[in-house]
Design a protein around this ligand. Sequence first.
Ligand code: AMP
Length: 193
Amino acid sequence: MTRMLMIGPPGSGKGTQTERISSTLGIVAISTGDIFRHNVAAATRLGREAKKYMDAGEFVPDHVTNSMVRNRLNEADVQDGFILDGYPRTSGQVDYLDGILSEQGNSLDVVLRLDAADDELVRRLLLRATTDGRTDDNEAVIRRRLDLFHTQTEQVIARYSGRRTVARVNGVGDVDDVFDRVLHAISAVDAPV
Ligand code: AMP
């Protein structure tokens, strides 16, 4: 049973590494970005609300994101564990997740932080813009997303660092090599998978 967070700046490869962890270790992945994108594609009310923020590189407001995560974490398939990709990203989301987990009598086992320098991230995201067609991969929006990571999500990392070991992984290099580092970092954490 493992409850994990995957935290990293946009373009760090957290989605790719989360999928690898999920398929190799059999842990259900929950990506808030993916849930929003599915809702945008299906033109749901949540999708219409989220799209205006996503396209501008802003965070979807906490009350919207938090209740979506609460609903997902109450589903049957994640009662034995999960890896959250891209949540929490704000201090308010950390408080909210703490609340959900304590109501459930659960706690986190691993907080993984994937690192890469801003120049490398911008380069990767501009490349992804030419292949994936994400509406939030253009330079101005990329800069805003990086800004939010530095001003808000780094506080999230600081809060978890104060409580427990944050496993820090260098996200630069071949996807397989990064994944080896991820597995190594997970196994080195106090509460192993
Ligand atoms: P991602 O795929 O993780 O890069 O997320 C894409 C976009 O979805 C972000 O730029 C935000 O607009 C939105 N989003 C995803 N996760 C969150 C979150 N935890 N809080 C607020 N907005 C989020």
